[in-house]
Design a protein around this ligand. Structure first.
Ligand code: HEC
Length: 445
């Protein structure tokens, strides 16, 4: 099976083609109490909710926390590893969690946000019920129980002379790096609390095999997505949009406005991303790349010059970003929950059986839930589940165990929205008032 035939099959599969044919519109995508009871149940957790696993700290037994849970011995190592990439002075989080006092100030809330898995921000379920992902920003049940036990026991300080925890350095790029530079100190549009801007940059050509983003203003840059136009014409169209609007770049919300797919998905606190070994996404030098930056201006309105480092090679096993789409939904207004789902055939794969390495789910601000399942002749397999969608955290999820798909498989994508804030129906589109229901697969041979 050749890379070229995979490329052709995916082109046929691409819903860009099908969608453009059926509704004539331009569809672009883009692309987030302690004690010694047998089982520890945090306060506020009732019997109907899933009880966390028994808390087992080092040196304790499976019957639960026996000794004191203290800040210095038990909590600080977890916070250093899982919270401080954002909760530091000048970081993207609105307050630091670096001292005992800062931590006690937020005591009860820390229990809730960890129990509900609101923090650290990571949208996909990584429990193993629906896959697990590499480098997941995911607390273990025991770590969650440690927050609860610490709070329950009165937020004990412990021994301040305990050695500071070793902080695992974030991953870095290992290969040759080209820097995509937006070229200006951009002054965000402060007429609202958010500004979504697309900047055009030249492509270095070759294959992208990894990326890292260095925000110019870490307090306002909330996410960065780099799109590759699907062909040179779409690239020209992006340049036209840029020229037509005053100032650097052009306004864009749910995508690049032109037909394009995401190559880089970045939100703060992560470090570098390496694509699966040997694979890369081709970025022809003949068309520009589009760097979309979401500025949230509540903490800072200062100018920004974000740099995107992309690791490139001349040759790689080609990977493709393949969209799985439900575009036919029509969400009635004022509904707490509305869901829609669509099956997509993989017929066009023919005899090719590519591997799926990653998933990039995407919805807009009304989205609450997203799930993708593989429907196979011999049963179903959950591929990604996002129990609580959050537009602010659009991330790439890399499978711990990549899986193959065949022409006999179908993909079902299911999305749920809350339309309580809307007075009219909501359909597919790129605008702030439109919605999407989309998951990109990162596939390769
Ligand atoms: C990747 C960045 C990041 C990481 C890692 C992170 N936070 Fe946050 N946190 C934020 C941001 C940003 C906010 C502001 C609200 C938002 O944008 O979601 C926030 C808000 C909070 C809040 C206030 C939210 C509320 O609803 O009251 C708490 C409490 C919190 N974080 C605790 C934690 C804890 C505990 C950890 C580690 C276990 C953690 N965070 C890890 C970025 C992060």
């Amino acid at each position: 099976m050749s890379a070229r035939s995979l490329s052709r099959a995916l082109l046929v599969l691409s819903p860009f083609v099908a969608l453009a044919a059926c509704d004539g519109s331009t569809v672009t995508d883009d692309a987030g109490g302690g004690g010694s009871t047998d089982v520890f149940v945090p306060p506020g957790v009732d019997a109907d909710m899933e009880a966390p696993d028994a808390y087992v700290a080092p040196g304790e037994d499976a019957n639960g926390p026996i000794g004191d849970v203290t800040y210095y011995e038990d909590l600080r190592p977890i916070i250093a590893q899982h919270c401080q990439s954002c909760h530091v002075a000048g970081g993207v989080a609105p307050f630091p969690l670096t001292t005992y006092t800062e931590t006690t100030t937020w005591g009860g809330r820390l229990v809730e946000v960890t129990r509900d898995r609101i923090m650290p921000p990571y949208l996909a379920d990584n429990s193993g019920d629906c896959q697990s992902f590499r480098d997941a920003r995911w607390l273990t049940d025991a770590q969650i129980a440690t927050f609860a036990a610490w709070h329950e026991q009165g937020m004990l300080e412990g021994d301040p002379t305990t050695p500071a925890p070793m902080v695992v350095p974030p991953p870095v790029l290992r290969g040759a790096v080209s820097t995509l530079d937006i070229g200006v100190d951009y002054a965000p549009d402060t007429s609202g609390t958010d500004d979504y801007r697309c900047f055009i940059v030249d492509s270095p050509g070759g294959y992208v095999t990894g990326y890292d983003v260095h925000p110019g203003n870490p307090q306002s840059v909330h996410h960065v997505i780099v799109y590759e136009p699907t062909d040179d014409g779409e690239g020209d169209e992006a340049r036209r949009l840029d020229a037509a609007e005053a100032g650097p770049g052009y306004t864009c919300f749910g995508g690049a406005t032109v037909n394009a797919f995401p190559v880089v998905l970045w939100a703060p606190g992560g470090g570098a991303t390496e694509f699966p070994a040997g694979t890369g996404v081709e970025i022809p030098a003949s068309r520009p790349l589009i760097v979309q930056i979401h500025y949230n201006l509540l903490a800072s309105t200062a100018t920004d010059r974000t740099r995107v480092d992309i690791e490139t090679t001349a040759r790689a096993i080609p990977a493709y970003i393949l969209p799985m789409v439900d575009s036919g939904f029509n969400i009635p207004p004022r509904m707490e929950s509305y869901s829609s789902s669509q099956m997509q055939s993989l017929d066009a794969l023919g005899s090719i059986t590519p591997r799926v390495y990653g998933s990039f789910p995407h919805m807009h601000t009304m989205g609450t839930r997203l799930q993708v399942d593989l429907v196979r002749p011999d049963g179903e397999m959950c591929v990604i589940e996002v129990p609580r969608w959050d537009f602010n955290w659009q991330l790439a999820y890399w499978y711990e165990t990549p899986f193959r798909v065949t022409a006999d498989d179908q993909v079902r994508i299911t999305c749920e929205w809350n339309s309580m804030g809307r007075d009219t129906n909501t359909t597919w589109g790129e605008g702030t008032q439109d919605e999407m229901c989309l998951n990109f697969f990162y596939v390769s041979l």
